[in-house]
Design a protein around this ligand. Structure first.
Ligand code: ADP
Length: 640
């Protein structure tokens, strides 16, 4: 059968164009990507061979081979792993939309990736990096367990199309033949290959071998030399997590991290330990330095790679780590789990729970230590992953206090960029202050001028500033800390001064009629109108009942297209503000004055603006304000 010509999927085409035309540095990483794919293919075959001996095809040893062919100008990475069928190859190397491709294309528009093509692996498009050095790539493959004539040959010159044809391949697995461009022939040098493998692929568990020509001295005829070819292993090859911590260098840990995470940066922290006792396992975990672009996406794959007695079982085992630690990457190698565990049986497995508890504790302890001993590093971590970590307060009831201790928080008593903790907050509470207070918002500036904290400022009470969308839910879930209630300054009735309580009751009597009138006027929008204990300078504000959703969260949910039940709020007015004295005089003179209606709407409008929302009818609101401005100006120049 002749070769069939097919087109790449559009986005793959775009991707290839960019790889060929814009990536110029660190081109050697193409070898790392091909070796990494070969290693994954072997892991898959080894796993499948547990239940299906046919895929072994009598071959005992898993190996990745590199051939450099000077005459042909090609470098080939060959594996005896799982291989691909014709359909697999068409899909994997040409037509499937790789999850990261869109993001990669976006990132390529920026400078970051152009200067750092190592990023390419992060987006799951590693194979295509071979086109940085090749004008043509040929892939010959055969699915393990199928007959030799079921092989397939794929070929492309990155010109928008590729060909596929049937091909007889004696051994299972895949050969990727990279036809090097004239100016990239250095990758044929033994020395160069050796260096690249050492640098980027030393951690690969399977042997990476190459035939090397050695000159030897004849044993028969002294002084005479002859050439011999020997297969030599280029990587050290022992799985890194099996080695003792004391003999693994930080560089080795880092390279392995880059292999499993597809991250370009070094990890922030390495956690490597052996658990003994109720459960025997080895864990090598990493806390990355930067959040991956997709950590909040549904497609983000969670959990370390699970090995059972050195055999890779699955590459992202969600059951091993709670969702709020989903930034953790790594490997867990268990001695107790059965080799035939599956995603379904994992869930009910006791051992898995033991491992999960151990990993969770270890990561939280490590973060606690980091916060104590390496504060700057910790704040770096927190900026990247704090939002994810605090989800744990909501989801992990048992550990919510532990996680609460890991929070670092902005507050009205701290400069921007410096933080307090709940413990420090409690230690600094003022005489007579019973509760912990926080305010949510979208920026520090907005919060700093907020009417909600006027009374707190006056009393010099510290207010925690929470700017993450989920903060209100998190603080609500936490509820209290070290016996102190946690309260939102925008919710419930707040009166910090017992003495002022009496004054409020008096004002209540005085303004009863006016308040009734405002209530009636705004009854469709508001649950209640009452006098405020939290305002000092502002005229009014909107508050919610305790335990209800705050307006930030409402906005987020609405933006996500969710049906948010309308919760009516309470308008609080400041009895000390001169406006109410005036309004009340107007009211007492003529309670039918239409100006009172307009003022009631304006009060509600400004309360909405103050909490960061829009007035119900922005045009009418603006008109009223303009009218008032005109009135005041005319009044001043005496034309009225
Ligand atoms: P990734 O490896 O991140 O999925 P790649 O672009 O490097 O992305 O590879 C695409 C797909 O091609 C792989 O997911 C795999 O299915 C297939 N593939 C690549 N190389 C091999 C190989 N040596 N053996 C078997 N399959 C392979």
């Amino acid at each position: 059968m002749t070769a069939e010509k097919m087109s790449f999927k559009t986005e793959v085409k775009q991707l290839l164009d960019l790889v060929v035309n814009s990536l110029y540095s660190h081109k050697e990483i193409f070898l790392r990507e091909l070796i990494s794919n070969a290693s994954d293919a072997i892991d898959k075959a080894r796993y499948e061979s547990l239940t299906n001996k046919d895929v072994l095809e009598g071959e005992g040893e898993w190996k990745i081979r590199i051939f450099a062919d000077r005459d042909a100008g090609t470098i080939t990475v060959s594996d005896n792993g799982i291989g691909m069928t014709r359909d697999d190859i068409i899909e994997a190397l040409g037509t499937i939309a790789h999850s990261g491709t869109q993001e990669f294309l976006k990132a390529l528009q920026g400078r970051d990736v152009k200067d750092n093509p190592e990023l390419i692996g992060q987006f799951g498009v590693g194979f295509y990096s071979s086109f940085m050095v090749a004008d043509k790539v040929t892939v010959i493959s055969r699915r393990a367990g199928q007959s030799a004539d079921k092989g397939v040959k794929w070929e492309s010159g990155a010109d928008g199309s590729f060909t596929v044809e049937n091909f007889t391949k004696e051994k299972k697995g895949t050969d990727v033949v990279v036809h090097l461009r004239e100016d990239e022939k250095k990758y044929l040098d033994e020395w160069e290959i050796r260096n690249v493998v050492r640098k980027y692929s030393d951690y690969i568990e399977h042997p990476i071998v190459m035939d090397v020509v050695r000159e030897k001295e004849s044993e028969i005829k002294k002084g005479e030399k002859y050439k011999t070819t020997e297969e030599e292993q280029l990587n050290s090859g022992k799985a890194i997590w099996l080695r003792d911590r004391s003999v693994v260098s930080r560089e080795e840990y880092n390279e392995f991290y880059k292999h499993i995470s597809h991250d370009i940066s070094d990890p922030l922290e390495v956690i490597h330990y052996r658990a003994e006792g109720t459960s025997e396992f080895l864990a090598l975990l990493y806390i990355p330095s930067h959040a991956p672009f997709d950590i909040f996406y549904k497609e983000y794959r969670i959990g370390p790679t699970l090995y059972v007695k050195r055999v890779q079982i699955m590459d992202h085992c969600e059951e091993l780590i709670p969702l709020y630690l989903r930034f953790v990457k790594g490997v867990v190698d268990s001695s107790d789990l059965p080799l035939n565990v599956s995603r379904e049986t994992l869930q009910a497995n006791r051992q898995v729970e033991v491992i999960r508890n151990s990993l969770t504790k270890k990561v939280l302890d490590t973060l606690g230590e980091m916060k104590k001993n390496e504060y700057e590093k910790y704040t770096g971590f927190y900026k990247e992953f704090g939002t994810v970590l605090k989800e744990g307060i909501h989801y992990d009831f048992k550990r919510k206090e532990t996680i609460a201790d890991l929070l670092i928080l902005e507050s009205t008593n701290k400069e921007a960029g410096t933080y307090t903790t709940l413990q420090e907050y409690v230690d600094n509470m003022k005489e007579g202050q019973n509760d912990i207070y926080y305010i949510t918002g979208t920026s520090r500036d907005e919060v700093a001028g907020s009417p909600y904290i006027e009374a707190f400022k006056e009393k010099d009470y510290e207010v925690l500033i929470m700017l993450d969308e989920i903060d209100d839910i998190i603080m609500g879930s936490l509820g209290e800390y070290r016996g102190k209630k946690i309260k939102s300054v925008t919710k419930g009735d707040i009166e910090l001064d017992k003495e002022k309580q009496a004054g409020r009751e008096e004002a209540q009597k005085k303004y009863r009629g006016l308040i009734e009138l405002i209530k009636v006027k705004l009854k469709d929008d508001l649950k209640d109108v009452r006098l405020s204990g939290r305002l000092r300078d502002s005229a009014c504000c909107l508050v919610s009942d305790e335990g209800t959703m705050d307006p930030q969260m409402e906005k987020v949910l609405k933006a996500m297209g969710q049906d948010v039940p309308v919760t009516k709020r309470i308008l609080e007015i400041n009895p000390e503000h001169p406006l109410f004295e005036t309004m009340n005089a107007l009211f007492e003179k003529d309670r039918g004055n239409p100006l009172l209606d307009e003022y009631a709407s304006l009060l509600y409008g400004q309360a909405l603006v103050l909490e960061g929302s829009k007035p119900k009818d922005p045009a009418a609101f603006a008109r009223s304000v303009a009218d008032l401005m005109t009135d005041k100006a005319e009044h001043q120049i005496g034309s009225k």
